[in-house]
Design a protein around this ligand. Structure first.
Ligand code: BGC
Length: 761
């Protein structure tokens, strides 16, 4: 239920088509394939015909107008690796196309239980021949290298010889839009072909990048259901490999062409082509049905943990499921990659990883799939040396600074005021590590990976900040709000830095008590005096507060600026970043996303509710929500403050952001952070979940529009089912050892039974 989206496409135009390329993309965390249509669209249409590999990149020059000392002069970019999506059909002399003949039915489906997308079409050729098409696509969760297209044609009213032409194109270009800073400016072909050939009807290619010297192997095999087909596989001079099938078909008959693509790369394999051949052999032996079954089984496991049911609100239920499914599609399943801001659905933000992972998506994975969360955190550990180097580039004598945007761990942000300057990323990663520990109790992870990151990021705070009399201050940083840059004492940054410093020391002493520090102290040459300094800095961390208004200023100078009048800003001028020079924006009180509200999301348990409320209301008036990360944060905090309707309204917006293209740029890819934020709106917001040193607590309410909702969470190795209806909150221990939680401020021990409490009104 609520896991199948079917769209009837009435007017097939450019905008619809590019949007659906994103909505109906297939991905499994390793590869992603845009939902482009097999037969192609008119040349003048805006299409991003992409297939991507998570973590696979080329290094390209970063054009800096003035090359000042240690400016980033190159960046990594995600690559379109090949095109194996093209299949063309000729019916009795007429090419099938939605732009000729008559389209009698055009439907697209995303089935999130089967893990496939589907096109269902009925088409009448100019001659009057009617065909039914069902085209299924899958990126397999079992064999991550595998992408399949199952192309079935039914002859409704004719006999003929169909001609099917399927392409394997290794020479492809990346997408670009010089007018949008969120996309690459130049369209380029980053991979050149070094091998393209055919062996036993399997076509194979190897391509290589110029600078990163990474190789990608792609292999394509076909099977066809009609035994009497005539097949020819050939290669053109531009390395395109063409599979042609002439297939006799009779009225009422259906024939099916199955196209298997295997993609491997040299990041993960020494000889990607050799591995590719083994994989394609295994895939052909197993057959497509095996992978359909495995896909269903994998997803049934996923949904059993990630379940979220909303009663009597099908639309929201579907939207929430869509968002969770996209998170799964986007998350790397190995530590060569992470979760890009657009997942594997498009080239927006060039496949880069941001703080989005730790602050917005990690909560979903920690609570539903802690193993995967650990994997994502390990990726950061693997890049720790690069973060140490990055800190040195920026003049720091010690510590590690994680890059604002990256693929392999090097800084890829060219505009430092709203990029590199966002030092809070260190605190965000630290927060995610601590949160993972508080949910799982996994001290081994802290010993082996987490504590080293916590100490190196804490060192960075000591280096960038300083004791100014009785206060520890941090100057010249940018908070999450990118419309206010390079400020002193950004509230959000100081809050996460404080937490980072406190916990670096706390976890070190826990490890020490248990004799688990191992060689860490020696490895990073840690002195006891540093730990003392960390504690002092945390204690003395300066957190701006305006006594007069009782509101928290975003930073030291925020309230000195004039307020931007949003009511007088023409509608067409949003998002502001595309219409105003950044410097102009920096001179006003106007927020792309509100830092203080984001800080409340993380630390509401230790905040004064009245100050929070006043501050929330203040920033709400000057926040444009031009960032897709904004409304979900406003939703969670509104819920925590008891503003239930507001919380629901922001949630609704967050839930449907991509499905309804609310930011008008879903064509460039999904907004993965918002999808995690949507999950948080329900679990952290409506259900009032919080995780602190004292444990897990819940304080749910039921949004007016709903009759009930339920979800599962993992806590300390046990799985809990939380059910809320108009009368009660019921929490059941589904598996694992008994755990203690707090429900509306009361401790409840969940043994092998259920705890039920009346719902707080
Ligand atoms: C937001 C950042 C975010 C980035 C990638 C920007 O628009 O302001 O906070 O990390 O998008 O999603």
């Amino acid at each position: 239920m609520n896991k199948v989206i079917t769209k009837k496409i009435k007017s097939f135009d450019n905008a619809r088509s590019s949007l659906d390329e994103t909505i109906f993309h297939n991905a499994n965390g390793y590869i992603g394939v845009r939902g482009t249509i097999e037969e192609g669209v008119p040349a003048e249409w805006d299409t991003m015909r992409g297939m991507y590999i998570n973590g696979f990149y080329e290094v390209i020059p970063m054009k800096q107008a003035e090359n000042l000392c240690n400016f980033v002069d190159k960046k990594e970019t995600m690559l379109n690796v090949c095109d194996t999506q093209t299949i063309k059909l000729n019916v009795n002399g007429h090419d099938f196309s939605l732009f000729s003949g008559k389209t009698l039915l055009n439907e697209r489906t995303l089935d999130m239980e089967a893990g496939i997308t589907k096109r269902n079409i009925r088409w009448q050729s100019p001659k009057g021949d009617k065909v039914g098409l069902e085209i299924k696509r899958m990126t397999s969760f079992e064999e991550l290298s595998l992408f399949t297209i199952e192309y079935s044609v039914t002859a409704e009213n004719f006999d003929c010889e169909l001609v099917l032409r399927s392409l394997h194109l290794p020479e492809v270009y990346n997408y670009s839009d010089p007018n949008d800073p969120r996309l690459a400016a130049d369209s380029e072909k980053f991979l050149h072909c070094i091998t393209a050939d055919i062996k036993d009807s399997v076509s194979y290619t190897v391509t290589e990048t110029n600078v990163s010297k990474l190789k990608c192997a792609t292999l394509v095999a076909h099977t066809i259901s009609a035994k009497n087909s005539r097949i020819c596989v050939s290669k053109t001079d531009d390395n395109t490999i063409i599979y042609d099938a002439v297939v006799p078909i009779k009225k009422g008959q259906t024939i099916t062409l199955t196209k298997y693509t295997i993609i491997t790369d040299s990041l993960r394999h020494k000889d990607p082509l050799e591995v590719g051949f083994k994989k394609i052999e295994a895939v052909l032996k197993n057959g497509i049905d095996h992978y359909y079954e495995a896909q269903k089984a994998y997803l049934s496991g996923f949904w059993s943990k990630a379940m979220m049911e909303i009663e009597n609100d099908n639309e929201m239920s579907l939207a929430v499921n869509f968002n969770m499914y996209q998170l799964l599609q986007s998350a790397a399943k190995d530590s060569y990659g992470n979760i890009a801001a657009k997942g594997l659905s498009g080239e927006g933000y060039e496949g880069h990883y941001f703080w989005d992972t730790e602050m917005f998506m990690m909560p979903f994975f920690v609570l539903t799939n802690p193993e995967l969360a650990k994997q994502l955190l390990k990726y950061r550990y693997q890049t720790l040396d690069k973060a140490r180097e990055n800190a040195q580039f920026l003049g720091h004598k010690k510590g590690a600074l994680f890059p604002w945007r990256t693929i392999t761990g090097v800084e890829c942000s060219g505009y430092y005021p709203s990029g590199t300057c966002q030092y809070h990323i260190d605190g965000d990663i630290a927060y995610a590590i601590i949160n993972y520990y508080l949910v799982t109790g996994d001290l081994d992870f802290i010993r082996d990976f987490g504590e080293e990151i916590l100490l190196e990021t804490a060192r960075l705070w000591l280096d960038v900040g300083f004791f100014d009399g009785d206060r520890f201050v941090i100057n010249m940083v940018t908070g999450p709000d990118e419309y206010t840059c390079m400020v002193n004492n950004n509230y959000y940054t100081n809050m996460v830095a404080k937490y980072n410093l406190e916990w670096a020391v706390k976890l070190f002493s826990i490890l020490e008590e248990k004799g688990m520090t191992g060689k860490l102290k020696k490895k990073i040459k840690l002195h006891d005096a540093e730990l003392t300094e960390m504690s002092q800095a945390a204690e003395k961390m300066y957190l701006p507060f305006d006594e007069k208004s009782g509101i928290i200023p975003q930073d030291d100078s925020f309230f000195d600026k004039p307020v931007w009048d949003l009511s007088k800003t023409p509608k067409g001028n949003f998002p502001l970043l595309l219409h105003y020079h950044p410097l102009h924006l920096y001179r006003y009180q106007v927020c792309k996303q509100a830092d203080t509200v984001m800080a409340f999301l993380l630390f509401s348990q230790v905040m004064d509710k009245e100050i929070m409320r006043r501050t929330y209301e203040y920033y709400e008036k000057i926040t444009t929500h031009d960032s897709s990360l904004s409304k979900c944060a406003f939703s969670v905090v509104a819920a925590n403050l008891g503003m239930r309707e507001k919380a629901y309204s922001y949630f609704g917006n967050s839930a449907k952001l991509d499905l309804m293209n609310l930011h008008h740029n879903t064509k460039d890819g999904i907004h993965t952070a918002n999808m995690g934020g949507c999950y948080m709106s329900v679990v952290y917001g409506f259900a009032g979940l919080s995780i602190t040193e004292k444990g897990l607590s819940l304080a749910p309410f039921l949004p007016d529009k709903w009759e009930g909702y339920s979800f599962k969470i993992c806590f300390m190795g046990s799985v809990l089912l939380v059910e809320i209806d108009s009368e009660n909150v019921k929490i059941s221990l589904i598996s694992g050892d008994p755990v203690e939680i707090t429900l509306y401020d009361k401790k409840v021990k969940l043994m092998d039974k259920t705890a039920t409490k009346s719902l707080l009104r």
